[in-house]
Design a protein around this ligand. Structure first.
Ligand SMILES: Cc1ncc(COP(=O)(O)O)c(C=O)c1O
Length: 438
């Protein structure tokens, strides 16, 4: 199949008819990226209802880890669906236990792990917040500016990516203190990544924990090891290491929100492993079940000590989602994590070359298949090229490449982990042409 293959300028007539029906009945709050109406997908290739074929470099917000409709995942889902679809958390089933065992084996910390199962990233973050409060007997949380942890009221109180996500929904949960995130690209010129990390850590120790909240009343530091929605920002490892030091010094828990960066996307099972830091709790979702809804709150066994009835849900650990997750985890561990590292390096190197041809490309950064391209109007002032970024998303879409925005002026490239070097080369070519368009 030719990829991409745009036969009708999108949105075509069939897509337009569905967009119109959507407008009548679907909540207008979804921040749509492009008028792509999906008909089917296979691997990293997707087709719309008008027969246009696109290369998918977003994987449904970093979810379709094994590619669209991987045959092994579909077979596992089908087999489980024929046995039973649901039994609830009041009873037991083997796929949930097997998934707990598989997750415990890959948890990025020493000692045993226990897992709370839910259905989305935000729900998994809620569980982490509640568990941290319950375990420590403290209620304050330190989170980061630019972070995204979800949109339910607990996680939203940590989220500080865009004001539109919070506007009209206050008051937020009390006891959340936002600290600056170490962004090497936006530290003042001449400042090394290590100094950038030191400055951000000093803010926590010398401002927040000195003037605003006593360290012995802080339950947890919640951090994305790579900031996702905020702009695919990779902090210096010293930043995450410093957070671990502060947390352990004061009896706080370190919670790694790996909803976007986890499950092999960065070339390791969890991105925090690149920093040599062991968190107390890890939150995962998106990629774990190849597209079926699932959230995981993975805690050190000594931390997950809440009593019966303290926290639960109806759908957590749904058997069909567990079956999909078991296969996903095996595929990621056996091959796709390494593919993410290899193809990610190739893609990163080639995207870097775009910066030489297009002055609007200020920075290309990332690890594995989690790559951000930051657009600026001027490389000296680093003025954010926001409308240019939006134009680039649409130019790429019209040429047959799906990419998503992140932060105010960043494009994220987060394809399925089955992405090949040939597909990476096509993505780079389309981005090159699209950059020329804008
Ligand atoms: C790091 C992070 N945490 C939490 C969430 C919330 O996940 P969900 O949209 O599944 O609720 C997201 C979603 O983008 C995320 O990127």
């Amino acid at each position: 199949m030719k990829v991409p293959d745009i036969r009708v300028p999108p949105p075509g007539p069939l897509a337009r008819a569905i967009l119109e029906r959507d407008r009548q009945v679907v909540s207008p709050s979804y921040p749509r990226s492009a008028p792509f109406v999906m008909a089917r997908g296979e691997g990293a290739v997707v087709e719309d209802v008008d027969g246009n074929v696109y290369l998918d470099a977003c994987a449904g917000i970093a979810v379709a880890a094994t590619g669209h409709s991987h045959p092994d995942v579909v077979a596992a889902i089908t087999a489980q669906a024929q046995r039973f679809l649901h039994i609830s958390t009041d009873y037991y089933h083997e796929p949930q236990v097997a998934l707990g065992e598989a997750i415990a084996k890959v948890a990025p910390f020493e000692g045993g792990a226990k897992v709370f199962f839910s259905n989305s990233g935000t729900e998994a973050v809620e569980a982490a917040i509640k568990l941290a409060r319950h375990h420590t007997g403290r209620f304050n949380i330190i989170a980061f500016l630019g972070s995204f942890h979800g949109r339910t009221l607990g996680s939203l109180s940590l989220t500080s990516s865009k004001t539109v996500q919070r506007r009209g929904f206050g008051p937020m949960a009390p006891g959340v203190f936002h600290a600056p995130f170490a962004d090497p690209y936006r530290c003042p010129a001449g400042v090394s990544p290590e100094q950038c990390a030191e400055t951000a850590l000093a803010h926590i120790e010398q401002e927040i924990l000195t003037h605003l909240v006593s360290p012995d009343e802080v339950a947890a530091i919640v951090v994305e090891p790579i900031q996702g929605e905020g702009g695919y920002i990779v902090p210096p490892p010293a930043f995450i290491q410093g957070l671990a030091r502060i947390a352990s010094q004061h009896g706080m828990l370190l919670i790694a929100d790996e909803v976007q960066s986890g499950i092999g996307r960065t070339g390791k099972m969890f991105a925090i492993e690149h920093c040599g830091v062991q968190p107390d709790i890890v939150v995962a979702a998106k990629g774990i079940a190849s597209g079926l809804p699932m959230g995981l709150t993975i805690a050190h066994e000594a931390v997950m000590d809440w009593p019966v009835g303290a926290h639960s849900n109806t759908f957590g650990g749904n058997p069909v989602a567990c079956a999909a997750a078991l296969v996903t985890l095996k595929l990621v561990r056996d091959a796709l994590m390494q593919n993410a590292a290899d193809v990610g390096r190739f893609l990163h190197d080639n995207l870097k070359q775009l910066a030489q041809r297009h002055p609007v490309v200020g920075d290309v950064r990332g690890t594995g298949l989690m790559i951000g391209i930051e657009l600026v109007r001027d490389r000296q002032t680093k003025e954010r090229a926001t409308s240019e970024r939006d134009a680039l998303v649409m130019a790429a879409f019209r040429r047959g490449l799906l990419v998503l925005a992140a932060g105010p002026n960043v494009i994220r490239v987060s394809p399925p982990l089955v992405f090949t070097k040939e597909q990476a080369a096509i993505a780079v070519r389309i981005l090159d042409e699209s950059l020329a368009d804008i």
